[in-house]
Design a protein around this ligand. Sequence first.
Ligand SMILES: C[S@@+](CC[C@H](N)C(=O)[O-])C[C@H]1O[C@@H](n2cnc3c(N)ncnc32)[C@H](O)[C@@H]1O
Length: 398
Amino acid sequence: MTEEWQQNISKVVEEGELLQGTLSQLRRKDGAAAPKTIVRPVQLKNGLHLQFEYHYSNKVTHENVLPDLAGAKIIELLEGDYKQALFKTTKADLQLLFNKKGKATLLSKAPTGSVKAADMQHNRQKNRVIAEGTAAPFLVELGIMTADGAVHAKKQDKYRQINRFLEMVTDVLPSLPKDKPLTIVDFGCGKSYLTFALYHLLAVEQKREISIIGLDLKADVIAFCQQLADKLGYDKLKFLVGDIADYEELSEADMVVTLHACDTATDAALAKAVNWGASVIMSVPCCQHELFKQVQSDVLAPILSQGLLKERFAALATDAARGTLLEVLGYKVQMLEFVDPEHTPKNLLIRAVRSGQTASKDKWEQYEQFRSFLHLSPSLEHMLSDLWPTKTDADVKK
Ligand SMILES: C[S@@+](CC[C@H](N)C(=O)[O-])C[C@H]1O[C@@H](n2cnc3c(N)ncnc32)[C@H](O)[C@@H]1O
């Protein structure tokens, strides 16, 4: 359970109120941790970060961490390494002390910090794709923002997730075709917060010609989403009821999004995306059961004999197989950390951008070795069975 001091520290970081934190008084003197760590906000080229400055006896090292991840990092350092900390914030000076039994006391005094906190706060907002202060109509309708653009306290996580997703999309926009209307599909769209966000970014803000289709099995959820799209006047956003595997209404798409579609539904979405020649694929896998049942390796018995470890390993192997198969087909693949308030452990986003290169035999061999070693037979490989380089070579030799 999250303790009160942890909630306070997280909040200070999340709200952009931290001016400087000093972590000191090592718990152990084994030389592993830096005797002192200073944390402060820094404005870098790629946006606001929190810089962790580790002070060792003979060197100082730095690590820049995204604001959304910094609170958890500070808490981890405090739990592992330090007995004391002072946080200068815009609202108070907070002193944190742990007693011998590890119990924390957090004292609050009037603020003494003098850094331009308001500027930092402003920068943080400026860096959001959808900044606070101006109401985005879809966020108001979805109950995330008030009509004057403030984010409801309980919806901060969702708001952050939406912005993080849009940042990840913004990075790859140059890889989408520029000279034609874009077709985007969101498979397993569910309540579609992120589908609406995508429409807002591209159609409303950037005034691009696009059409987005959201597909999901749940008729009631789809009816709600369609009503909302109609109410917002998002006329190129259509919601359909259906199974990803059976969806045959398109012959090409520029971008395919599939966030938390269950188990092999993700593979069906990836296979469609590849067959449609999608330039960009964004996928957060979920509930990876398939390879859990298949994976075998005596060497890995220490992992595979423990249910929890096996589950995590199988999930990693699933994503590694998917990523490598996309690479075989000429996609540039990145595995990114996705902030996900509802499904925290399922926090990995596969971002794949089509490079135009032909299928790579080397990558295919790498994949084959990997899946043979673990005795895997992933669905995505079967769904795209015509495309693998060796099959083509074998056919040519016949
Ligand atoms: C956990 S929700 C995620 C919703 C949304 N994408 C998000 O990330 O917030 C997963 C959604 O995938 C849908 N889904 C699962 N399997 C599907 C399939 N085979 N075809 C269509 N939708 C599917 C479910 O109905 C559910 O709404």
